[in-house]
Design a protein around this ligand. Structure first.
Ligand code: UDP
Ligand code: MG
Length: 333
C-alpha cells in the first residue's frame, strides 16, 4: 500500500523566538510518525516566511541545512497569515497526499497531528482541529471571539465555532480550495463550503510559547470585519431596514410638527431639528461607508492582483517530480 505523504505547513511572521522550539517539537512528532510507518519517509515540514523582519528566514535556512525534513518558502514581503497558509498549501499540495496547517507558536496541540492523519487514513478529506476550551485566553480575547462567532452566525456565515486554522486537508480538498480565487481570503469560512467527508477533533489550546501575538486588536477587528463582508451582505440589508425605520420615525415627526403648527407653537423646535439633522447625517455616512466597503472589496477582486509573491521555493527545488514553475505559479492568483 502506498504510504501517506504528509506536509505540515507553518506560517511564520517574525517568529525567531519560538521557531527553534516549534521546529524541534514538530520534527520529533514527524519522526515518530515516520518511524511507526504512519507516514511516508519523505514527509516534510514547510515553513512559510511571510516577509519577517527578524531572523526567521535565516533560522529556516539553518534548519533546512541540518535536516532535510525541513523546507521553506519565502514571500517577497508580508502578505498576511491567510495568504501564507494558501501558498503553503498550494506548494505542499503538489507533492503530498495531505497537508496540515498549524501556527508557528504551537498554541494548537501538536499531538493531534498524528490523530488527524489517522482520521484522513480512515477516509476523511477534511479534519478540523476544534478547541474545547479557551481557558488559556484572556477574558477579553474570549469575549471578542464569542461575539465574533455569534455575529457571524446572525449574518448567516456558517463557521465551525472555535476552529481556527489548525486543520488537515487531503490533496483533493487542497486542489478544490485553490479554485477559490478571491483576494479577500477568509479560509475558515470557505472550508465548510468545500464539502467532503469532514471530521472534527478536539483539543485544548495552550498559551503562546514565546514572542507576541501577531494579531493585535486592530488586526483582529479588521479580520472579523473582512470575514463578515466576504461572506454576507447582511450589513447592506441592515441599512435598508434602518432606512425604513428612519422614514417611519420622520413620518411621526411630520404629524407631530403639523399638530404643533395648529396649536401655535412653531418657533420651538430648533433642538429637534438639530438632533434629527445629526442623526440622519450619521446614518447616511454609515450607509455610504458600508456600501463603500463592498465596493472596495469588488475593486480588489476585479483587479485580480496576486495574493502573494514567492521569492524562494525550496520545497519545489528539492522534489524529483519538479513542476516547472512559471511566474504565474510563484505569484498566487
Ligand atoms: N502570521 C503570518 N503573517 C502575519 C501574521 C501572522 O504568517 O501577517 C502567522 C504567525 O507567525 C503565526 C500565525 O500566523 O504562526 C498566527 O499568529 P498569532 O499566533 O500571532 O495569532 P494569535 O494566535 O494570537 O491569534
Ligand atoms: Mg497564536
Amino acid at each position: 500500500m502506498k504510504q501517506t505523504k504528509l506536509t505540515i505547513v507553518v506560517p511564520c511572521y517574525n517568529e525567531e523566538e519560538v521557531l527553534p522550539i516549534s521546529a524541534e517539537t514538530l520534527r520529533s512528532i514527524m519522526q515518530q510518525m515516520i518511524d511507526s510507518n504512519q507516514v511516508d519517509g519523505n514527509s516534510k515540514i514547510l515553513f512559510v516566511n511571510d516577509g519577517s523582519k527578524d531572523k526567521t528566514w535565516s533560522l529556516i535556512k539553518d534548519l533546512e541545512s541540518k535536516d532535510n525534513i525541513f523546507t521553506g518558502l519565502k514571500f517577497s514581503r508580508n502578505f498576511g497569515h491567510q495568504n501564507a497558509l494558501m501558498a503553503g498549501m498550494k506548494v505542499a499540495g503538489r507533492y503530498s497526499d495531505c497537508v496540515i496547517t498549524i501556527d508557528a507558536d504551537l498554541q494548537d496541540d501538536e499531538n493531534l497531528i498524528s490523530k488527524m492523519v489517522a482520521s484522513y487514513q480512515k477516509g476523511n478529506e477534511v479534519v478540523l482541529g476544534v478547541r474545547n476550551d479557551r481557558s488559556s485566553d484572556s477574558h477579553f480575547k474570549r469575549w471578542t471571539a464569542e461575539t465574533f462567532y455569534s455575529v457571524m452566525g446572525k449574518m448567516g456565515v456558517q463557521l465551525v465555532p472555535d476552529h481556527a486554522d489548525f486543520r488537515l486537508l487531503g490533496k483533493r480538498a487542497v486542489d478544490v480550495l485553490m479554485s477559490y480565487k478571491e483576494t479577500n481570503l477568509f479560509l475558515r469560512g470557505i472550508i465548510p463550503q468545500l464539502g467532503f467527508n469532514t471530521d472534527q477533533l478536539y483539543y485544548q489550546r495552550k498559551p503562546r510559547l514565546a514572542g507576541e501575538t501577531k494579531y493585535p486588536l486592530k488586526k483582529m477587528l479588521s479580520f472579523a470585519f473582512d470575514g463578515i463582508t466576504s461572506f454576507s451582505i447582511a450589513p447592506i440589508k441592515a441599512i435598508m431596514s434602518l432606512g425604513i425605520l428612519v422614514i417611519g420615525i420622520s413620518l411621526v415627526m411630520v404629524i407631530y410638527s403639523i399638530i404643533r403648527f395648529f396649536t401655535g407653537n412653531v418657533i420651538s423646535g430648533w433642538a429637534s431639528i438639530m438632533t434629527s439633522l445629526w442623526f440622519l447625517g450619521g446614518i447616511q455616512l454609515i450607509g455610504i461607508s458600508v456600501i463603500g466597503e463592498y465596493l472596495g472589496k469588488i475593486y480588489a477582486e476585479v483587479k485580480h492582483r496576486p495574493r502573494y509573491i514567492i521569492e524562494t521555493d525550496d520545497y519545489s527545488a528539492t522534489q524529483q517530480t519538479h513542476v516547472n514553475d512559471t511566474v504565474h505559479d510563484l505569484a498566487g492568483v
